[in-house]
Design a protein around this ligand. Structure first.
Ligand code: ZN
Length: 255
């Protein structure tokens, strides 16, 4: 296969998405897989969606798309406010709600499985670093969650949703990008079975304000961090009265 740029959790942040797509192109990659949450939080949801449609990206349903179509169940008040504004914008602009409605919850490619949250519950479930074996007391898995996930994974599986990049190995340990200089060999796992989080383009939550995504050549994952105009993205949130200011502030602080 040709290499793919795998992006997730863009959250209406157009400057970050543009910077990531430019970085991918500079690395010779124009095919895009998007793991969902194109919208929500940020000020340019339609522009981000159109940019990905123009790139003919495979786009998976995220929980923020689900919330726009349905209701923001379980969302905190700031996130829910952004969902209501996003829905109003999409309703006023043609066919975009129908585009969201058609998004698949899982995509199976020969080389990888794509979901937003987890193989178990593709749209909703979080898989946190803290749930991996090397982060648990006495290295013991107290829930069957990861084992259940791996029963549904027979090749590399890509996820987003937590906004923190890293890989869950088949032995249920965690590999952070900095552990491997950003390059992760999926075949270090039997049959390449691993669950790889590409991080978030538009709202990184690991203290690093740069956009996160990954390049994938069918075997090796290259996590990338890309500088973009954080101030511009925050400013466009500050200038949108319906979007709470902390949603802009958090971009500047990286959480
Ligand atoms: Zn998200």
């Amino acid at each position: 296969m040709g290499s793919k740029a795998i992006v997730s959790d863009i959250h209406g942040n157009l400057p970050a998405l543009e910077a990531v797509l430019d970085d991918a192109r500079a690395n010779g990659v124009s095919d895009v897989w998007c793991l969902g949450d194109v919208v929500g939080y940020g000020a340019q949801p339609i522009e981000c969606l159109e940019r990905l449609l123009d790139a003919e990206a495979v786009i998976i349903m995220g929980n923020h798309e689900q919330a726009v179509l349905d209701e923001p169940y379980g969302f905190n008040p700031l996130a829910a406010a952004a969902i209501r504004w996003t829905r109003a914008r999409l309703e006023a602009n043609g066919n975009h709600l129908n585009v969201l409605r058609e998004l698949p919850r899982r995509h199976d490619d020969d080389s990888a499985i794509l979901v937003h949250g987890s193989p178990n519950h593709p749209v909703e479930e979080y898989l946190f670093r803290e749930e991996t074996l090397d982060h648990l007391p006495r290295n013991r898995d107290f829930s069957p969650k990861l084992a259940q996930c791996f029963r549904k994974v027979d090749r590399p599986c890509f996820i987003g949703h937590t906004h923190v990049p890293g890989a869950i190995n088949l032995d249920m340990t965690w590999t952070a990008p900095e552990d491997v200089n950003g390059d992760y060999d999926t075949e270090s796992n039997p049959d390449g079975r691993c669950i790889v989080n590409v991080g978030s383009v538009g709202q990184p939550r690991d203290g690093d304000t740069r956009a996160s995504y990954a390049l994938f050549d069918g075997r090796t994952v290259h996590w990338r961090r890309v500088r973009y105009d954080v101030e511009a993205a925050a400013q466009s949130i500050f200038e949108t009265p319906e979007l709470p200011d902390p949603l802009g502030q958090r971009l500047i602080e990286g959480w």
